[in-house]
Design a protein around this ligand. Structure first.
Ligand code: MN
Length: 400
């Protein structure tokens, strides 16, 4: 290491006997024209023979990780800090935490969703302090948002994987942060929504579930934890009441009548894709909100990306033609999160090996950004975002 004190060169000065080129021609130190990407500092290297020969010892801007292009450095959601320690999430009063659930052991058809979290994190071309044109808000200025990392997943251990997802989401949600979980196949909603229900109170959350499929099978080829069954497990366990379980976008050729009969018995409500075609997405979404909140005070949002038509979202495990437009889904996410108290959210079934040009991963990424932006609007208008758990009832308080 050099013992010389750091130099602070100026553009145009003579260094090692060579005149430096004008700053303008080589992008040397000067304020960025982009107010969202101001360089954090200006740094020059020590002059050496090659450096001075080619001008590599001139001062250049250095950017914070947050402002670098999203393809540089480690892949976190929107270059946000990667903070896995729950004590640190608490200390920073984090409003929203991204959680990865890279798990696809439970698929019945195409695999690949284990690569979803990385693809969703990376499917964004803007960096730094984003500005939502839809909602006229700068989400990362308004809220503290971090990437809380992934659940501790290893392959081929589905019971361990679900346990790790449950623990990770519960740990994050218990800090008061709203977890936004990137799957993973849809089986991850079982542990993830169970964790949120446990932190809030079992039966106190409604679920709005976007999907081509109902995911209410009794089992898949004998497997109770499969990705076709998570919604039945959540209702059977009492994490969510059937009457507050609302599905949007169902279509195609599944489930069979006996599964629909079970859904009717348990008072689930669902809105077929044909209803969206006939009434429009907005009217259907307003009904879904009212049904999910018929009793509960907050909502867990589960978005299976296959609710979108495979023409736009081909990178998924069980595509079904005839789905929603990306703009309808993004508008629905803004509308729901803007209107209700969001307890948690997941975005699942993105399978990058089947994706084209990152189209599916981008829609999933924007679902998260739309939700975060809608929360930011709430915060700007004086509303609460973080979950503040009610004070535990003491014996004295109970007697009083
Ligand atoms: Mn699903």
């Amino acid at each position: 290491m050099s013992k010389r004190p750091p130099r602070t060169p100026r553009s145009g000065v003579i260094s090692n006997g060579r005149a430096l080129r004008p700053a303008r021609s080589a992008g040397a130190a000067r304020p960025s024209r982009d107010p969202a990407h101001r360089p954090a500092s200006v740094q020059a290297s020590d002059p050496g023979s090659f450096a001075s020969q080619w001008g590599w010892d001139r001062p250049f801007e250095v950017y914070e990780d947050f402002d670098l292009p999203t393809y540089v450095g480690p892949s976190t959601f929107s270059n946000l800090p990667w903070i896995t320690d729950p004590a640190e999430l608490r200390a920073r009063k984090v409003d929203v935490a991204i959680v990865g659930a890279p798990f696809d052991d439970m698929v019945t058809h195409r695999p690949g969703a284990r690569f979803g979290p990385r693809a969703i994190r990376g499917a964004q071309n803007s960096s730094g302090s984003l500005n939502s044109l839809q909602l006229d808000v700068r989400p990362f200025e308004e809220l503290t948002v971090v990437d809380a990392g992934d659940a501790n997943i290893v392959p081929a251990r589905f019971d361990r994987g679900h346990a790790m997802i449950f623990r990770k989401v519960r740990e994050v949600a218990a800090t008061g942060a709203i977890p936004i979980v990137f799957g993973g196949d849809h089986s991850i909603t079982w542990p993830s929504a169970s964790a949120v229900a446990e932190v809030r109170r079992p039966g106190s959350i409604g679920i709005v579930h976007f999907d081509a499929h109902a995911d209410t099978a009794p089992d898949s080829f004998g497997q109770l934890a499969g990705h076709g069954s998570p919604m039945r497990r959540l209702i059977e366990s009492g994490a969510v009441l059937g009457r507050n379980f609302v599905q949007v976008g169902l279509r195609g050729y599944w489930p069979p009548v006996e599964v629909l009969d079970w859904m009717r018995e348990h008072e689930l409500r669902w809105h077929l894709m044909t209803e969206i075609e006939e009434r429009g997405a907005e009217a259907v979404i307003d009904d879904a909100i009212a049904e999910a909140l018929d009793g509960p005070d907050s909502i867990y949002l589960s978005v299976d990306i296959d609710v979108v038509d495979p023409g736009s979202a081909p990178g998924t495990g069980t595509p079904e033609p005839g789905g929603m437009l990306p703009r309808e889904l993004l508008r629905a996410v803004r509308r729901i999160v803007g209107k209700v108290e969001l307890a948690g959210m997941d975005i699942v079934e993105v399978s990058p090996p089947y994706d084209w040009a990152e189209s599916t991963a981008m829609i999933a990424n924007r679902c998260a950004l739309e939700a975060i932006s809608a929360l930011a609007v709430k915060h700007r208008d004086g509303g609460a975002v973080r979950h503040v758990a009610p004070a535990p009832r003491t014996r004295a308080a109970a007697r009083a």
